[in-house]
Design a protein around this ligand. Structure first.
Ligand SMILES: NC(=O)c1ccc[n+]([C@@H]2O[C@H](COP(=O)([O-])OP(=O)(O)OC[C@H]3O[C@@H](n4cnc5c(N)ncnc54)[C@H](O)[C@@H]3O)[C@@H](O)[C@H]2O)c1
Length: 338
């Protein structure tokens, strides 16, 4: 059974079988699909009905060089404003496909079929598209909404456990930001249940998507409330720079724990809720220890692209399901992390 969630007025998310939904959603359109080699191998049935372009897998492909290659392919195939780009893959592919589609000929329509948990609950939702530039993540990009996002949990069966776990960190983040019932549900589930029971996985994905979609609907271009979605991410990005062996999800898990500790220290979060956060993260196999020394991490945070002047917006939980955003100077951030 397919369900629909409104992300914005012009962007809808459908849950259900992608092979059943796509023919309806793309009827009458010339579709050019973009995927990576792993997804092409794992899900040839998704690509078979469409002209398609395969990219190498991995973050390195999220570059201006790949964008140029895609523009060249689109020109070669005589794609025009009535063509439709369909990004099928994890966040790397959907960020890349969305970026190219929203800039080619000043923007052609596009849609996504996320194939990772992170893609379903985060990367494919909300209209941020972009590429990395000179070592800085998502430095060049656009705000443009996909016409549709198709979330088919069956596609996650082929996803390696480590990638699934990485996406779970974003589900926990969504629960802390805006859904205490989702947090409680996660406290009563196991990694194995989430991996094997599609109905449960679909339920947690829908809940996490709703948290993000509601915030994006109120602040699509991150002028205010959308900053809440950065919970744990300023520290996580610093960890990814200083300790590149950490996956994004592993770094986010540490960021979530540290923000809860900071919130407790300054009296924003009570002890019980503070303890529930690392306890849930450990339940799903995350470590919450800092992998590098704090000075090094603070230095990396200073270079965060979300810095405005000498200020960074820090997001702190005030309860499970509630966060507040604080503009802080580096000196006060240093004090907070001392
Ligand atoms: N636009 C946004 O708002 C937003 C939000 C969060 C993250 N992101 C971006 O998302 C990217 C990370 O996304 P990701 O974690 O999905 O990584 P990814 O796209 O690199 O996918 C992870 C790995 O899983 C493979 N894979 C994907 N689906 C598979 C499947 N169903 N079966 C087997 N293998 C599969 C991929 O080939 C890749 O090797 C980063 O570049 C990040 O910046 C964007």
């Amino acid at each position: 059974m397919s369900k629909t969630i409104k992300i914005t007025d012009d962007s809808l998310l459908y849950t259900g079988s992608a092979t059943r939904l796509l023919p309806k959603l793309t009827a009458g359109m010339r579709v050019i699909a973009v995927a990576d080699e792993n997804v092409g191998r794992a899900h040839p049935e998704l690509l078979a009905p469409f002209e398609h372009i395969l990219l190498p897998a991995g973050e390195q492909a999220k570059s201006l060089r790949t964008a140029e290659r895609l523009y060249a392919e689109l020109v070669e195939r005589e794609a025009d404003r009535s063509s439709f780009v369909l990004g099928i893959g994890g966040g790397v592919v959907t960020d890349m496909a969305g970026f190219v589609a929203s800039t080619y000929m000043r923007g052609i329509p596009f849609g996504f079929v996320p194939t990772t948990l992170l893609g379903m609950v985060d990367a494919a939702i909300g209209g941020k598209n972009g590429v990395d530039f000179e070592g800085y993540k998502n430095m060049v990009g656009t705000f443009a909404q996909p016409r549709f996002v198709v979330c088919d949990v069956a596609l996650l069966r082929t996803l390696p456990d480590c990638e699934f776990r990485s996406g779970l960190a974003e589900v926990v983040k969504a629960a802390i930001i805006g859904d205490k019932d989702l947090f409680e549900l996660l406290e009563n589930l196991s990694f194995q249940q989430l991996r094997t029971c599609s109905a449960i996985t679909e339920r947690i994905i829908e809940a996490a998507v709703r948290v993000k979609a509601e915030i994006v609907a109120r602040d699509a271009t991150e002028q205010g409330e959308r900053r809440k979605l950065n919970l744990g991410h300023t520290l996580a990005h610093a960890i990814e720079r200083c300790a590149p062996q950490y996956s994004h999800g592993e770094a986010v898990a540490i960021g979530l724990h540290k923000m809860a500790e900071k919130a407790y220290r300054i009296g924003l979060l009570d002890r019980r809720d503070t303890e529930r956060i690392p306890s849930l993260l450990h339940r799903y196999g995350f470590s919450t220890d800092l992998p590098a020394d704090m000075e090094q991490l603070l230095d990396a945070m200073r270079k965060d692209k979300k810095r405005i002047g000498d200020r960074l917006y820090i997001v702190l939980p005030t309860a499970i399901g509630k966060v507040s955003v604080y503009p802080e100077t580096f000196d006060s951030i240093r004090e907070l992390f001392a």
